[in-house]
Design a protein around this ligand. Sequence first.
Ligand SMILES: [Zn+2]
Length: 249
Amino acid sequence: MNFIDSHCHLQREEFTEDLPSVIERMRDNKVKALVDSGGLYDHSTVLKICEAYSDKLFPVLGIDPFTASQPTYNQEKEFDWLEENAPKAIAIGEIGLDRHYFKDELTWKKQEETLEKQLELAEKLDKCVFLHTRDAEERVLEILSSYNCRRVLHCFFVPKLVEKAIDADCVISVPTLKSKDKKKTIELTPIDKLLCETDSPFLSPFQGRNEPSFVIEAFKEVSVLKKEDLSVVAETINANITRVLGVEL
Ligand SMILES: [Zn+2]
């Protein structure tokens, strides 16, 4: 059985001390992971670790809404780099909107501009996008309706929007974090539209730091809720990720 963590941040400083042992545990547990960047500050670290462990880690490059919201954000510089390097990425991400941490409309405008330019880029390169949608889920779905690229809603657990998201041709990636809304989201989402992720180092199902091997907790939960064997769930989700990326990992 092989498992894929569809979203994590192993480039972060939480992993600089012991990345080799984190990867070793991924080998033991047969886990692979997509590693998402957020901007010029961490793209090169993502590329570096994905090259060092190219059988386990796959780079997803993008300008995230946090970067787009900084007063020092230099859109031109960010896009120059991304347009040149995006072909090295297996997908574009993480990109999207965040209205949880950012409340003013001027910042929202910047986030939306950055998102739309990257959706155009993904279309041009025929790549999938991984979307952050916190407290802006409906707005992201609205924006997506003008674009054709394949799309994943990362860390998504809003039961009342599942139907709308599926109608918008989205694949839903559920996190390892324990939550009632997540349970409901898994129940409402057809299994061929589901992915599992850790968002490491965040959202651990246990105490402390999360890591890609813990993605198995999310797979187990899907297995229980969908009343399917863990091996069937793993196979189905692998097929989902192959379909959405357009390549097999
Ligand atoms: Zn993330």
